[in-house]
Design a protein around this ligand. Structure first.
Ligand SMILES: [Zn+2]
Length: 426
């Protein structure tokens, strides 16, 4: 069994299901916190467990550059290295190469690039990406894809999609030949607690699973073709890439302020505010997801990479998406932006200076149970490290509780309350 996926309940296209990994169960729809460099920034692993995170992400690009995948393999793999015995998913490194590294050059063979850390030259190929992810020991490994920039001309999007398909095939060939080389394969990886959560303690995989990635830019027909041809390659799960909101700067008030101040210094006769057409891009994103979901097999997990805002992940789960990840809750937290049942709040705002209420009156997390907005604001404006910790813990609690509510609503057979915009937490 490559990756057991059991659908337990369905409401319309939305599914409540369970993925059984060698490191415990993942209940879906699931939001996966991003642990870029072997850490979900600012949050100790024990707190992630308390928050109910069953799977987190690691970033291949970062871990390859530092501390290096060979070192991680020698230390027993990423689970052991970071003391996380629940499920792990690693990305292919493709997205980060495109968004972070310098002087990258895409060829048929792969992508050559310079490290953003020290300028050294490297080459990522589909085979290399598989080798690194297997060395890290992820439970779910992603095929090496080319992230099409947005916007992209149609011909460019098609060429990129074709390249991604060829790379998917090469990824799969290498992966199948080497997947049993994961550092945890020869040792019993499953803790008693995780085995119990699985229901069937013996029915867990002994090797990782490789997911294919659908590309195709913002062209519905290319997305459809990418989905059809990726499904022909037959993966145990599928991801929809190239829709990430993670790099959007539109939402950071402090960056907006700085942008405004520095643009004004340049002294123009007038000023425009750009990058706010979120509504349009969100509709387009939803269209792309809908087109692809029609084609992806219903009995396998479906993962939308790099999304999104709380109301978006609820919407996508309702459409039948099983897995999502995004840096938004963690990155926004470090900028003082909190997601709450009353909407987004910027804790830096002076209006919270004497606010005795919790960050979110409807949230049951340890931060909301203990600290006031006034204190969180004080920590943030004083640049205390605890600010990042507490804000991140709350935001992750909010996202994970939102998905828990979605799963509950699916068992009740009614997602309408979750979709009406008022996300109520159970
Ligand atoms: Zn909270």
């Amino acid at each position: 069994m490559t990756l057991p996926f059991t659908i337990e309940s369905q409401t319309g296209p939305a599914r409540l299901a369970r993925i059984s990994t060698a490191h415990g169960p993942v209940e879906t729809p699931s939001f996966m916190p991003v642990g870029t460099a072997g850490t979900v920034k600012a949050v100790p692993q024990g707190i992630l467990e308390d928050l109910g995170a069953q799977i987190i992400l690691g970033n291949t690009y970062h871990l390859y550059l530092r501390p290096g995948h060979e070192l991680v393999r020698n230390l027993g793999g990423l689970h052991k290295f970071m003391s996380w015995d629940r499920a792990l998913l690693t990305d292919s490194g493709g997205f980060q190469v495109f968004s972070l590294s310098e002087l990258r050059k895409v060829k048929e063979e792969g992508v050559s690039f310079r490290s953003h850390l020290d300028g050294t030259s490297h080459l990522f190929t589909p085979e290399r990406s598989m080798e690194i992810q297997i060395a890290l020991g992820a439970d779910i490994v992603m095929a090496f894809d080319e992230c099409t920039e947005h916007p992209a001309e149609r011909e460019r999007a098609r060429a990129s999609m074709e390249m991604t398909l060829r790379w998917a095939k090469r990824s799969k060939d290498y992966f199948e030949a080497h997947k049993h080389e994961v550092p945890w394969n020869s040792v019993p990886a499953l803790s008693a607690e995780n085995a119990e959560g699985m229901g069937h303690p013996t029915a867990y995989p002994t090797a990782p699973a490789l997911f294919g990635i659908i590309q195709g830019g913002m062209y519905p027909d290319l997305r459809r073709e990418s989905a059809e041809r990726t499904v022909e390659l037959d993966f145990p799960g599928y991801a929809i890439g190239g829709l990430s909101v993670g790099e959007s700067r539109a939402m950071y008030p402090d960056l907006r302020r700085e942008s405004a101040e520095r643009t004004v210094e340049l002294d123009f006769p007038g000023y425009a505010i750009g990058g706010l057409s979120v509504g349009e891009s969100r509709a387009k994103t939803m269209e792309m997801i809908a087109v692809v979901l029609e084609i992806l097999p219903k009995d396998k997990p479906r993962y939308v990479m790099g999304v999104g805002y709380p109301e978006e992940i609820v919407q996508y789960a309702a459409m039948g998406v099983d897995m999502m990840d995004c840096v938004l809750p963690t990155r926004a937290a470090r900028h003082g932006l909190l997601f709450t049942s009353e909407g987004r709040i910027n804790i830096k705002n002076a209006r919270y200076a004497q606010d005795q209420g919790p960050a979110d009156p409807k949230c049951a997390c340890r931060v909301c149970a203990r600290y006031t907005r006034a204190y969180l604001r004080h920590l943030f404006v004083s640049a205390e490290p605890l600010a990042g910790v507490l804000n991140t813990v709350h935001n992750l609690a909010y996202y994970l509780d939102t998905m828990r509510s979605v799963r509950h609503a699916i068992t009740l057979g009614d997602l309408s309350g979750m979709l009406s915009g008022s996300v109520s937490l159970t």
